[in-house]
Structures are given as C-alpha cells and as structure tokens.
Design a protein around this ligand. Structure first.
Ligand code: ADP
Length: 481
C-alpha cells in the first residue's frame, strides 16, 4: 500500500484509489491511499510545527537535503521514467526528459539555498543602515496537475524548501505514483518531521481544505483556469490574512510560420510543440499561424510527417505519441474534434480514437490537424489539451502577429523564420511569458523563469531565481548604529 506522508509518518487514509495505465487499462500501476479532510488538516498542522525546526537548519543542510533528492531522482531516472510513462502515458523519451528535469531542478535549488539574496543600502537618513532580507513565507500548499507528475511538483517543492518553507503537497488524482515516489525519497533525506507532507486525493475535498485553512500562508497551483479562479477566490476570501497565491493555468499558444521559414524546422517545431506528450502541455502549440506563401507546402509536409508519428504504448520503444491520460480527457478531445468539424474546419490528418493498439485497450487518439480554420472558432479560442492543432492562414507577417496575440491566454508563443528582423520583431511583440524562435513552444530549461501573461498565469514566475519572489517575503530593516 502506498500511503500518505504526514508529520514524518506513513498514514493510511479511509479509502484507496487504483492508478490505471492509460496505455493498457487492464494494467493497475498500484493502489494508493486517499487522505481524509482531517488528515489534510493534520498535514497542515505538522507543516506549521516543522517551520521553526526547518528554519534552524543551516543553508548548507538545506542544500544537502535538496541535493540528495536531486541525486536520487537522477540515479533512478530509468525506473522513475518508466513509472511516469506508465501512469501518465507520456512517451518514454519525454518521460525520461521530465525525470532529468526534475532532478536538475532539485540540484539547482540546492545551490539557491546557499544564495538566498539580500541587499544592503545606504539610507537617505544619515548614519542609518538599511538591510533588505528575504524570509520564508511559511506553510506552502502545493496543488499540481497530472500532465507533469514529477517536474511540476519539483519546481514548486524545491524552491519552497530551499527558501525555508514547509510544504503540504496535493498531487493530481490521476498520478499518485510519481508523487508517492518523491515522498518516499523525501522520507529518507533527514528533514524535520512535517517539513514535507504528501496528501493524496480529490481536489474538491483536500484541495479545498488547503485553500481555506488560515495556517496555509501561500498556495501555488497549476491546473485548469476554472480551478485557478477558485484558488484565487479562496485565497482572498479568507477571513483575516489573505493567502499569497500563484496560478499557472491554460494556454492557446501560437506558433507563427512565416514565408521565409526553413520548412523542415517549421514542421519539426510544429509536430513537437503540438503533438509530443500527446499535446497535454499548457505550452502546446495549438494554433499554427501560417502565412500565404508557405501555407500549402507547410500543410503538405505536416500531413506527411504526421503519418510517421507512431501512436502506441508510452513505454514501447517505437512510440512517439502515447495515449491520452484518461477517458474523460479523451472525451473532451473528441468533442473538440467534432466541434471543429461542425465549425467548418477541414480535418486533414488524424482525428480517430483507437480503442486498442497491438491488442492493448488504451485511450489512444491519432494526432489531429485541422486546416481552413479562423481564429474566431472555438477550437482556436479554448484550450483542448490533447493532440489537436489547427492551421490558421494569415496574409502576411503583420496579420500573423495580430492573430497570434488575439487570444485570452499568453503563456508561450513561437515564430519560425530565417529573418533576423522578423525574429526580433516577433520576440518583442508576441504577448506571452515565453517566446521561442525556431524552437517548439513547449520545453523550457530547468533554470529559467516559467510563466505567462493574461489568463494563463497570475503571480510571480516559477523556476530559476525568479522563484524567490513567490517563496520568500521581503523584510526591510533599518538599523541606527
Ligand atoms: P486538470 O485539468 O489539470 O485536471 P484541475 O484544475 O482539475 O486541472 O486540477 C489541477 C489540480 O487541482 C489537481 O490536483 C486537482 O485535484 C486540484 N483541484 C481540482 N478542483 C479543485 C478545487 N475545487 N479546489 C482545490 N483544488 C482542486
């Protein structure tokens, strides 16, 4: 049995959940405990209790603990990658890449624990000294989605702990396996009991406990926009002190392909950005905005390239595109494909659900490409979160830029061009937190800021040194010596 980890103990919940492999729904990855509301409260109490003990750790001790977590993740890359691919359905190379990234994130923040920034300034008042220091925020509630079962928890947990906070971690219900594996590693690195807590179960139950408990000082959330809004409302609706909150939500990321783009670069960026990880990335390129002069060549090359994308068991070596994560998400993808057709888009590749592949029952969906779409169609306005992309034809670069920015979201955006002038222009004017030139819209290094604008995000950036803005609170201190 894989239990919750609360106050340094493994704790069984009142019931359990079965973790099912989306590549083969007959395969049960494991049985995982679900925590009760009272147990989530115990975890919060344990985190509060641990705060002064964790604060008493020296920066070197904190760094060593995080480094040990990173080292173990890296040492067990193949095993954890296999688990990730098995429970989430991400093709093995992507799953291994995610494990690597998680390990690197822990290593990065191990270093940051030794470099907590501060400033000393001269005051405008003679003789006075001003020191600006950063202190832990307190107890951080961490609520994560299923699409990056290891990397997203890593990029929240690692900085939270590096800067001296205690953590209550509630992973998505579909992926308890990676979360539990992470907790098991944490249970052996010598943190004070309660510094890191894992509670597995439903967002509506446990998530709500975390959001509403005044002992939780900050909440970091990645998931849907609908839930993100609930997090925000709960954070500001509390009596007394409001919770600090950070939200990473949807995307409807454009990849612009200009007439002068290198065709094979453009196709690789589009295929990777739109379909890798089964399109289940908030940074996926779901709108391919293509100018007149290259449009037909691009579409023909995409259709050709998409034929070679082997859909199958995430852990099979030939697989490029794994299954959709579960039946609900598959239903959502299929209903958007039906909607695209109803809106008058032309389906030029994929679109079919395959109930079995190689005799295995799974949630398989062929990568899907629509052409003849307009930016006003719902398939181009709403996040689908599956292997579905649309081509939108643009007259010229100006119109392409306008279409790219005409969206409620602003997470990531890309452009394929061989012109330095165009690359610079798009880099400057794309309204997104992350801009990629001749690179897929998805895929950010572990040490640089991640986050978006508009309806995609709220609050400070994640990852890299910018994470300190969320996980620390600034103190300005005057000393009159
Ligand atoms: P996704 O589409 O990625 O599943 P969700 O927003 O539904 O997006 O879920 C993201 C995370 O938020 C999950 O851990 C989920 O359990 C949690 N969650 C869902 N609903 C709520 C809620 N009402 N309050 C707090 N957390 C929630």
């Amino acid at each position: 049995m894989n239990d919750n980890y609360i106050a340094g103990q493994w704790v069984a919940g009142p019931d359990t959940t079965l973790n099912i492999n989306p590549s083969d729904t007959r395969d049960v990855v494991g049985e995982y405990s679900r925590a009760s509301r009272a147990q989530a409260e115990d975890a919060i109490a344990a985190a509060r209790h641990a705060l002064p003990r964790w604060a008493a750790f020296t920066p070197q001790q904190r760094a060593d603990a995080l480094d040990a977590v990173g080292s173990e993740i890296l040492a067990r890359k193949v095993e954890l990658g296999d688990l990730l691919a098995r429970e989430e359905g991400k093709a093995l190379p992507d799953a291994l890449g995610e494990v690597l990234r998680a390990g690197q994130i822990f290593k990065f923040f191990a270093g940051e624990a030794l470099r907590v920034p501060g400033e000393a300034l001269a005051s405008t008042r003679p003789g006075m000294n001003v020191a600006i220091t950063r202190e832990p925020v307190g107890v951080v509630g961490i609520i994560t989605p299923w699409n990056f079962p290891l990397a997203i928890p890593a990029w929240k947990i690692a900085p939270a702990l590096a800067y001296g906070n205690a953590v209550v971690f509630k992973p998505a219900e579909l992926v308890p396996g990676c979360a539990w594996a992470l907790a098991e590693i944490f249970s052996r690195v010598g943190l004070p009991a309660g510094t890191f807590n894992l509670v597995m179960g439903s967002g509506r139950e446990l998530g709500q406990v975390i959001l509403n408990d005044p002992r939780v000082d900050a909440i970091t959330f990645t998931g849907s926009e609908t839930t993100g809004r609930k997090v925000a409302q709960a954070a500001v609706g509390r009596p007394g002190a409001m919770a600090r909150f950070q939200l990473e939500m949807g995307g409807k990321n454009p990849l612009v392909i200009l007439d002068d783009a290198d065709l094979s670069t453009a196709v690789e960026c589009a295929v990777n950005g739109a379909f890798y990880a089964t399109g289940q990335r908030c940074t996926a390129s779901s709108r391919l905005v293509v100018t007149e002069g290259i449009h037909d060549r691009f579409v023909a090359a995409m259709v050709e390239r998409m034929r070679a994308l082997k859909v199958g068991d995430a852990r099979h070596p030939a697989t490029v595109i794994g299954p959709v994560v579960d039946a609900n998400q598959l239903q959502q993808d299929l209903s958007y494909i039906a909607l695209g057709k109803a809106e008058g888009a032309e389906l030029v590749s994929g679109g079919e659900h395959r109930a079995t592949i190689d005799g295995q029952p799974g949630h398989y969906l062929e990568p899907t490409l629509f052409t003849g779409t307009t930016n006003a169609m719902r398939i181009n306005r709403e996040e689908i979160f599956g292997p579905v992309a649309s081509v939108i034809r643009a007259r010229d670069a100006d119109e392409a830029l306008e279409i790219a920015n005409d969206t409620a979201y602003g997470l990531s955006a890309g452009v394929c061009t061989t012109s330095l002038k165009m690359a610079s222009l798009f880099q400057r004017h794309l309204q997104a937190g992350m801009v990629m030139v001749n690179a897929p819209t998805a895929g950010v290094d572990p040490h640089v800021p991640f986050g978006g604008r508009k309806a995609s995000s709220h609050g400070p950036r994640e990852q890299g040194r910018y994470a300190a803005d969320f996980y620390t609170t600034v103190k300005t201190a005057y000393v009159n010596p």
